[in-house]
Design a protein around this ligand. Structure first.
Ligand SMILES: NCc1[nH]cc(CCC(=O)O)c1CC(=O)O
Ligand SMILES: [Mg+2]
Length: 388
């Protein structure tokens, strides 16, 4: 009995010869299309058509046929040591749930923060990034509170390092949590966000965080030249071991909404006298653009960044892959508040299996090239991974 050639896969002569021999000696009926085996034959549903097998040299499904085989060939494995957990702190005692981010709270900077970090460490997550919620009365147009040695961020960093010396503490460098106008930089009356004046304060902010014990300074502001300026400021103060994780390709994204809610840091409307842009398009990147990410990456690398970040993550996997291929520096990606809240909302509505969808999103980010992932799911995901 001769086999039916598949129209798209040419016959391979050697296979045909072997096949013909086998068929010639044993083929008698349709039943012989099943391979000879001493194992009990599996049943097929009634109505299954009896057809000769396709003549395929390659059947990718062979490498997916059992969980042992799938485990053996899995390229991307999540580990909690790649996660960075972003925490929000406030200058009070109680933890205050964040409405737009179910499951996340503004933690009391003492007890709540320490308890949460202890829980994260128990799950294997030993890296955090700290975001302070500045009380309104401490905000100014030029954001001096950002480098207050006794500010909330500085106190929180200190307490974390005193309590957990081996915890890797990342800090946020930008003016928006301290700026009355809700921008990452200082705003001029014509609505221009001033670059170099802002960088001067970012350097003071970075040094104050290093003095408090920070391990990694993370500028999230997107001002030009800030990585080099911060590197120089840190070095000149003796902090040559403090690293910089630059928000290199940070896009002007709607997915930051819940975060701005959490910190009450959204841009405020201005007036005739003082124009305040209601978005961050002047400094964050246009989501429509790709090539700019390579330019930003080359600059940050030349200026001395230790880690390059892409943000957001899920909708920017092409950017993660491009940076990964353009540098030998480690790449991080930030699964931002909006990505978290979308997954939470869909899970709460019963539209998605939360654990499966979240782990898939994190695998995809890592597969795209992220060495580190900042995610509000860090602790949950670490626990799920341990249970797998
Ligand atoms: N410097 C601001 C900053 N740092 C981190 C985030 C967003 C993080 C998130 O959405 O989870 C933002 C928001 C923004 O740029 O407006
Ligand atoms: Mg830049």
């Amino acid at each position: 009995m001769s086999r039916v050639a598949s129209p798209c896969s040419p016959r391979i002569p050697i296979r045909l010869k072997f096949n013909t021999l086998v068929r010639a000696s044993s083929a008698k009926s349709d039943a012989s299309l099943a391979p000879p085996t001493t194992r009990k034959p599996a049943k097929v549903p009634e109505g299954t058509p009896v057809i000769p097998p396709q003549d395929l040299a390659s059947r990718p499904r062979r490498n997916r046929r059992s969980s042992t085989v799938r485990d053996a060939f899995r390229e991307t494995i999540l580990t909690p040591s790649n996660f960075i957990y972003p925490i929000f702190v406030h200058d009070g005692d109680d933890d205050i749930p964040i409405g737009s981010m179910p499951g996340q709270s503004r933690l009391g900077w003492k007890t709540g923060m320490i308890n949460k970090v202890r829980e994260a460490r128990a799950a294997g997550v030993n890296q955090v990034v700290v975001f302070p919620k500045t009380p309104d009365n401490l905000k100014t147009p030029t954001a001096e509170e950002c480098y207050n040695p006794n500010g909330l961020a500085q106190r929180s960093i200190s307490l974390l390092k005193d309590t957990f010396p081996d915890l890797e503490v990342y800090t946020d460098v930008a003016l928006d949590p301290y700026n009355t106008m809700g921008h990452d930089g200082m705003v001029r009356s014509d609505g221009v966000i001033m670059n170099d004046e802002t960088v001067y304060y970012l350097c003071k902010q970075a040094v104050s965080q290093a003095r408090a014990g920070a391990d990694v300074i993370s500028p999230s502001d997107m001002m030009d030249g800030r990585v080099g300026a911060i590197r120089e400021a840190l070095d000149s103060e003796g902090f040559t071991n403090v690293a910089i994780m630059s928000y290199t390709a940070k896009y002007n994204s709607a997915y930051y909404g819940p975060f701005r809610d959490a910190l009450a840091s959204a841009p405020r409307p201005g007036n005739e006298d003082w124009k305040i842009p209601l978005d961050k398009a002047e400094y964050q990147m246009d989501p429509a653009n790709f090539r700019e990410c390579l330019r930003e990456a080359a600059l940050d690398e030349a200026e001395g960044a230790d880690i390059l970040m892409v943000k957001p993550a899920g909708a920017y996997l092409d950017i993660i892959r491009a940076l990964k291929d353009s540098t030998t520096l480690p790449i991080s990606a930030y699964q931002v508040s909006g990505e978290y809240s979308m997954l939470k909302a869909a899970a709460a509505a019963g539209y998605l299996n939360e654990e499966e969808a979240v782990l898939e999103s994190l695998i995809s980010i890592k597969r795209a090239g992220a060495d580190l992932t900042l995610t509000y799911y860090a602790v949950d995901a670490a626990k799920w991974i341990q249970e797998l």
